[in-house]
Design a protein around this ligand. Sequence first.
Ligand code: DUC
Ligand code: ZN
Ligand code: ZN
Ligand code: ZN
Length: 483
Amino acid sequence: MSTVIKGGTIVTADLSYQADVLIEGGRIASIGQGLVGDKVLDATGCYVMPGGIDPHTHLEMPFMGTYSADDFESGTRAALAGGTTMVVDFALPSPGQSLLDALKTWDNKTARAHCDYSFHMAVTWWGEQVFDEMAAVVDRGITSFKHFMAYKGALMVNDDEMFSSFRRVGDLGGLAMVHAENGDIVAELSARLLAEGNTGPEGHAYSRPPQVEGEATNRAIMIADMAGVPLYVVHTSCEDSHEAIRRARQAGKRVWGEPLIQHLVLDESEYFNPDWDHAARRVMSPPFRDKRHQDSLWAGLQSGSLSCVATDHCAFTTEQKRTGIGDFTKIPNGTGGLEDRMPVLWTQGVGSGRLTPNEFVAVTSTNIAKILNMYPKKGAVLVGSDADLVVWDPEAEKTIHASDQQSAIDYNVFEGIKVKGLPRYTLTRGVVAVNEGKVDSHEGHGEFVARAPRPAVNRALTAWKELTARRPVARSGIPASGV
Ligand code: DUC
Ligand code: ZN
Ligand code: ZN
Ligand code: ZN
């Protein structure tokens, strides 16, 4: 059975033009005028765009003594409701655990996924077993490896471990990723704040100032450059981190930054709300910032120095958040956003004139498809691409309320925000998952997306490795030590 999307304006990262889209076998079969199919979706007055890709989610993740509340069922249903047709989640080995065992655990979480998904692998410890297993992980189509520079005593890796891991990722043709916050300083500031009696959620913000993020981002960029690996900095929340990314890119380094929709739209005043629950529900790392930092993030999206808008969707219920009453360091870190990322970014980005529709497509879908080497299967409206599409109605409006969201949690950090611009249809590989604005998705439809490594790109990154490979022999006859 074929489907035709008729009468809309196709909007890609490059172009906007009027055409119909014919879908057969889950892929785009034809783009042109007057196309005919068995089933017709009316896109009059709408934009036909690549479905969103959220490159940063934590679904059913064991974290801070509990599990994030949205799993692959509710999480991917929420994604589709908001026009996102693919998520990339983090497989998270506990320190000491086999990467391949962690991958098995993550595979087992996805049976009920409504949309396609891929994984990044977290490197939470370092040793020969990790080194060896990384090759098998790449063979499984997982080529991006995330390193936590924060969460000391839990997930954090030190600089020597990160450097070794980055070199391995580089040699395998992969992408290094970092959660960039200086974990030593966060631990020190947290302890001091608690000792002084600052136990409330605002202590979380005080313990993670922009400098801890700026420092870690600079450090990660330099380590990545020495290791000869491209670097993706997740949840870039402030000018201090953005500035480091901008400078690296200007110097020709392959470094990308990812602001979250939460940081673009919500600010640090949320932590000073007198309602403990209100503030704790917004505790995430990095924390929300002030307007100066928000302006920097918007400017980065406009100028291209920041590349992708994600959610870091890691949702906890109010009850879960309350385990941190009396000690902010025990509030599970994380917020939701999967359903709201596209409508909120459209409203506050395109609606305000800060982004063009084409830029919106680039930062919600196409850029990350290219960075993660899955373009043009994903992130494109091209013949042969997966028919992961959103028919976007720029006139449709709603006010965000937790009471009508797909997520399993009992609140929404965007509660009360008005959006204009919503999916009329969302299609996942040609199957309609949002129909006339109503969610009608299919549990178990989602498939894993494997990604190929890119060794040639990495070799082109830096001369440092070549330089040290040809390093001079020291007088003792032993090669001078180097990388
Ligand atoms: N930050 C969060 O807020 N939650 C999950 C992990 C992270 O880095
Ligand atoms: Zn993180
Ligand atoms: Zn995260
Ligand atoms: Zn409400």
